[in-house]
Design a protein around this ligand. Structure first.
Ligand code: PMP
Length: 404
């Protein structure tokens, strides 16, 4: 029998490598990074939180009154919203089965877009998988290599993510500083083809509002497209219409938002002209290459919009509760249901949050990088489900903890 003589095969290149004592393994890298975060009191952990009976949250065996949910109108638990979701699952299934450009564009999506455009007084709307996906898709679709983006320094992380996905030149302006934005435009606008100005309508960690009327006027005079992120405005200010309505409805051509706060569910959207929405639907990568929202989320959002549009008293409650709190603590009057109490150091904010938990309140400590260094804070989010008595007890406890 002929046996082919084979020389031993060389070891696989990966096996040939000697371990380099200086090279960190993946686990070493993760452990070192975590230790670094621990030392700075900046490590974050996911704590199981069951919201079976809002505004209460069960966590770590305790029932806490939550001032940390963005479900401002408690619609995630509204019987009509839950029933709409269940009915949509029964009819269309639990998932959408694909990108909206393939088979994921189930009939409820068109209905939701019509409803959002009507509420925001625009020609059209586009629903995305989430608010984060919306911003990450819209910004690079509209701003390219020869373009300029101006963004408020406190704009939400996902607006910044949109700028990172765009080759446009990005300049950050001081928070709500229209004069500085104007100086930057006067100096820079002529060097660029198109320009986009990005701001939150209501700032998520500070609760203040953008000067949208002034920004709209500035953008009009420098030929800049204004985009507002109204995640925390829809359903709670401007009679439910959000921050553009509250600011006297200046022409804001790009109004983005989320279905995850006052709407109580999940998903994101952009309201704009028909042409812009048509462009977004064909080019925004986070829409094209991501699966359409599950039918249940879309049906729940439609049912939530029904409530928001027909119950003006409910819509007013979160802001009224926030204002009762700021009044009780002599803080500047709340402009939205979000009220920050700045503590400073991360460990001090964590300690204050722990003390509040001992007193039965869930108030999350917000630390860098979510907020600038030195401004770790307690972030209070008020909802229609809080009673006046809840607010009074909370204010008293906060006063005793931080001594205001
Ligand atoms: N924009 C702002 C201002 C937000 O606060 C959030 C959510 N934290 C988002 C966008 C992202 O929305 P979503 O949760 O739907 O991804």
């Amino acid at each position: 029998m002929f046996l082919r003589k084979t020389s031993p095969s060389p070891p696989h290149p990966l096996r040939q490598r000697r371990p380099n004592p200086k090279m960190n393994t993946l686990d070493d890298f993760a452990s070192a990074k975590l230790a670094e975060l621990d030392a700075q009191h900046l490590r974050r952990t996911l704590v199981e939180s069951a919201r079976e009976e809002a505004p209460w949250v069960f966590r770590e065996g305790r029932r806490l009154l939550s001032f940390s949910c963005n479900d401002y109108l408690n619609l995630s638990h509204h019987p009509a919203v839950k029933a709409a979701a269940v009915e949509a699952i029964a009819r269309y299934g639990a998932g959408s089965g694909g990108s909206r450009l393939v088979t994921g564009n189930h009939p409820l999506l068109g209905e939701l877009e019509t409803r959002l455009a009507r509420l925001k007084r625009t020609e059209a709307a586009c629903v995305f998988g989430s608010g984060y996906l919306a911003n990450a898709g819209i910004v690079p679709t509209l701003a390219g290599a020869k373009d300029l983006i101006l963004i408020d320094e406190l704009a939400h992380a996902c607006l910044f993510a949109g700028t990172q996905l765009s080759p446009a030149k990005t300049i950050i302006f001081r928070h709500n500083d229209v004069s500085q934005a104007e100086e930057l435009l006067a100096a820079q606008r002529a060097n660029f083809r198109r320009a986009l100005l990005l701001t939150d309508g209501v700032f998520s960690m500070d609760g203040d509002r953008a000067p949208l009327a002034e920004l709209a006027a500035l953008c009009a005079s420098y030929d800049v497209w204004l985009m507002s992120d109204d995640a925390h405005g829809l359903g709670v200010i401007g009679g439910g219409g959000g921050s553009v309505t509250a600011a006297g409805a200046p022409p804001v051509p790009l109004q983005m938002g989320t279905l995850s706060k006052a709407i109580g569910g999940y998903g994101g959207y952009l309201c704009a002209s028909k042409q812009v929405i048509d462009l977004i639907k064909t080019r925004a990568r986070t829409l094209v290459y991501s699966t359409g929202l599950p039918p249940a989320s879309v049906a729940a959002a439609i049912a939530a919009l029904d409530i928001i549009e027909n119950d003006p008293l409910l819509v007013e409650k979160p802001l009224a509760k926030a204002r009762a709190f700021t009044k009780a603590l002599n803080l500047p009057e709340a402009q939205s249901p979000i009220v920050p109490v700045i503590i400073g150091a991360p460990e001090a904010a964590l300690a204050a949050s722990r003390q509040l938990a001992e007193a039965g309140f869930l108030v999350t400590a917000i630390r860098p990088p979510t907020v600038p260094a030195g401004t770790a804070r307690l972030r209070f989010a008020f909802s229609a489900a809080h009673s006046d008595e809840d607010i009074a007890r909370l204010a008293q406890t906060v006063r005793s903890i931080i001594g205001s």
